[in-house]
Design a binder for this molecule. Structure first.
Ligand SMILES: [Zn+2]
Length: 471
């Protein structure tokens, strides 16, 4: 914006003018280098091999589980193998929950076993299980309005459906019932919560995901039916007779466990103290092998950094790859990283955590005076079908604490049309990833990372957001 102002006007805008001297244009050589790295990465990417190694050797890696520890060891070795420097593990304490066994049956009026999964963090039912009449309520708002007399002693069923959208925007509205449904139901005396899975598929697989208990309410078990099994329950409920369910779940909470953020770097040549941070989360849910969530993000960002190493050119700034611990179950790794980080040295962040679909848009959140740099990056990706996005991106879950502390972000937005068919299910496996799309991601991350690590001047700072903890 400020580059449109005549130079004289800048004299009267000292706050903006701090960065305005370098707003004339972006160095054409840097754009050329970035595009050249991008094109090499597209042909030469090893991201598939990284993802294959993580999913087929380590597999599921739920926070606190033996798989989680194996993933940390894998990441340390892999980063060293790939040639990163300063490879280290940053200790993180994570919750440790075990899924146990689950069975769900309609006992009345037409007995049938249903396919379901426990929501992450749910308590168990005890050995005796729970059998109770089902009360179907369309959504959380309606549930909250019901008198306790109507809810008491029932199993509450929330059948809301998730909408399919390219940008994943159906997830937010659909996920509230998963996160907080159990406590809303419990506050009215319900004995358990059953939801239609938060997912867009018609596979006979439930979608898990984190749920949280309101500490002021009793903790009741919470499970998700697969979408076709949700149809069965809805059908029986629509026939006018009372419907009962029986749930047996042996999930349990164990003591918190140790995990780690795994960090590796390409140290900068001229400005080594300035950091461009890229990464994804190392943990996954336990049902699949975490290929799209978030093995893809891990592989894309590790490989993008490796492409820069392979080029033999040193970036001016330090490129830091961070594989975060426990994103799924409460952002433990992201919170700990931000607590220990010198955030002001992080000039830009980029996170991959939306699978491996083709990038179709580049969004951002940078200071207004640095927007011309984002525009230059958008231009250099246009021939790959990447459209300019808005400058109000949230960046991603794991870098959100850094963003709230003022760090600008870039957000290559991926096609998520099919992401929620698989997300958090046993179907999250390597075969669902398209290698060409994965490599398109690598190429884009490589170009953007190189650009950000070498561009003249930074991306400004964002306003610091107050968090409840800091108030
Ligand atoms: Zn994820």
């Amino acid at each position: 914006m400020s580059r449109l102002l005549p130079a004289i006007a800048l004299l009267f805008l000292p706050a903006i003018a701090l960065h305005a001297q370098d707003t004339a244009s972006v160095d054409a050589d840097l754009v050329k280098q970035s595009v050249s790295l991008r094109n090499i990465a597209m042909q030469n990417s090893n991201a598939w091999e990284i993802l294959e190694s993580l999913t087929q050797e380590v597999g599921p890696r739920l926070a606190g589980s033996p798989g989680d520890q194996a993933a940390v060891a894998w990441a340390m070795l892999k980063m060293q193998d790939l040639g990163f420097e300063n490879v280290r593990a940053q200790d993180v304490t994570v919750p440790h929950w075990e899924r146990g066994q689950l069975s769900v049956q309609i006992t009345n009026p037409h007995p049938q076993s249903l396919v379901a999964v426990a929501l992450g963090g749910s308590v168990g039912t005890g050995e005796e299980g729970i059998e109770a009449p089902v009360l179907m309520v369309q959504n959380l708002e309606e549930l909250a309005k019901l008198p306790a007399s109507q809810v008491e002693g029932t199993i509450v069923f929330l059948p809301g459906r998730m909408e399919r959208h390219k940008d994943g925007s159906g997830y937010g509205p659909a996920v509230a019932k998963r996160s907080s449904g159990a406590s809303v139901a419990a506050s009215l005396g319900a004995r358990a919560l059953v939801i239609r899975s938060v997912g867009t598929d018609n596979n006979r697989l439930g979608h898990t995901g984190a749920m949280r208990y309101d500490l002021a309410q009793p903790r009741i078990p919470a499970v998700a039916l697969s979408n076709p099994d949700s149809d069965i329950l809805e059908y029986q409920l629509s026939q006018g007779q009372p419907v009962s369910l029986r749930i047996n779940l042996s999930a349990r909470h164990l003591d918190p466990a140790r995990s780690a953020n795994v960090i590796g770097e390409i140290p900068g040549s001229d400005l080594p103290e300035e950091i461009v941070i890229i990464g994804g989360h190392l943990d996954s849910w336990d049902l699949g092998t975490g290929a799209i969530d978030d093995g893809a993000g891990v592989a894309i960002t590790m490989e993008a950094a490796r492409q820069i190493l392979l080029s033999g050119k040193r970036p001016k700034r330090t490129i830091r790859v961070v594989l975060f611990a426990n994103e799924e179950f409460g952002l433990s790794g992201a919170t700990e990283y931000a607590r220990l980080a010198e955030v002001e040295k992080h000039i830009l962040g980029m996170e991959g955590d939306f699978g491996a679909g083709k990038v179709w848009q580049l969004a951002s959140r940078v200071a207004p005076e640095a927007l011309y740099k984002v525009e230059a990056m958008q231009n250099m990706l246009a021939d790959l079908g990447v459209e300019p996005g808005s400058n109000d991106s949230g960046g991603g879950a794991d870098i959100s604490p850094l963003l709230k502390a003022g760090m600008p972000v870039l957000a290559p937005r991926q096609d998520g049309t099919e992401y929620f068919d698989i997300h958090h299910t046993a179907n999250d496996t390597l075969d669902k990833v398209n290698r060409d799309d994965l490599d398109q991601n690598v190429a884009i991350y490589t170009a953007l990372t190189w650009f950000a690590a070498n561009v003249e001047g930074d991306f400004g700072r964002l306003p610091v957001e107050e968090t409840p903890e800091s108030q």
